[in-house]
Design a protein. Structure first.
Length: 228
């Protein structure tokens, strides 16, 4: 990971035959194998050979798409970041602009089973937890994290203004909700597939209900009824 940490610009991964469905399917196969390998071995111990073995292809095939381990790992992080960003944007669009519904939609998106698949969560924390890789994480995901927090802060501002919660600070509320969600994400690393997604969503809504009882007291109850 030394090369990743020293890069001034994050390189986009390269692959042959991007327009070819078979090439894209093979590229996806390699990325998924890399996710599984990093989750099992960590960043430092992951090698092109290990990924190739997991993907059931030759090392040369992997390097045909990703010339180096650094290229491959950057592609993995880009892939996860783009998946999360699509989910965030879709959640906000589906909420139709109503702030309580939008916050609720963001909670659901954060605990979408596709996003909190244990191997993917392990990869997120592998990049964040390893000092040499943290610069790469910030280069690729820093703006995404800022946008996610800004969405929450903006929605909290609207709830505070509309509901007369002048005693609340929108940034503090957004940071609190973000902290609850991040703490629950960490639970995925411990609990794996035993992680209770519904419980995590209810806890986030309970946090908001304590601050916005008009919007989330009944909203949380109604949502609980529709999901059980």
């Amino acid at each position: 990971m030394a090369n990743i940490a020293n890069q001034d610009k994050v390189r986009q991964p390269t692959s042959r035959g991007r327009g070819d469905r078979r090439a894209q399917a093979r590229r996806r196969q390699i990325i998924e194998a890399a996710v599984a390998t990093v989750a099992r071995l960590g960043l430092s111990r992951t090698t092109i050979e290990q990924v190739a073995r997991m993907a059931k292809v030759s090392p040369g095939t992997v390097m045909g798409y990703f010339p180096s381990k650094d290229d491959l790992l950057i592609a993995v992080l880009h892939d996860l970041a783009e998946e999360f960003d699509r989910a965030r944007r879709a959640a906000l669009a589906a909420a139709g602009g109503e702030p309580a519904a939008a916050l609720s939609a963001l909670i659901d998106a954060n605990f979408d089973p596709k996003l909190i698949e244990p191997r993917k969560v392990a990869v997120w924390y592998a990049f964040w937890g390893e000092a040499k890789a943290r610069r790469t994480y910030m280069a690729i995901c820093g703006r995404l994290d800022e946008a996610h927090l800004a969405d929450q802060r903006r929605l909290c501002e609207r709830l505070i203004a509309a509901g007369g919660y002048s005693h609340l600070d929108p940034e503090a509320v957004a940071l609190g909700l973000n902290g609850v969600m991040e703490g629950l994400w960490q639970s995925v690393l411990v609990e794996g597939r035993r992680f209770d997604r519904g419980r995590a969503q209810r806890l986030c809504r309970a946090f908001l209900a304590g601050l916005f009882p008009q919007e989330f007291g009944t909203h949380a109850t109604a949502h609980r009824k529709t999901t059980h």
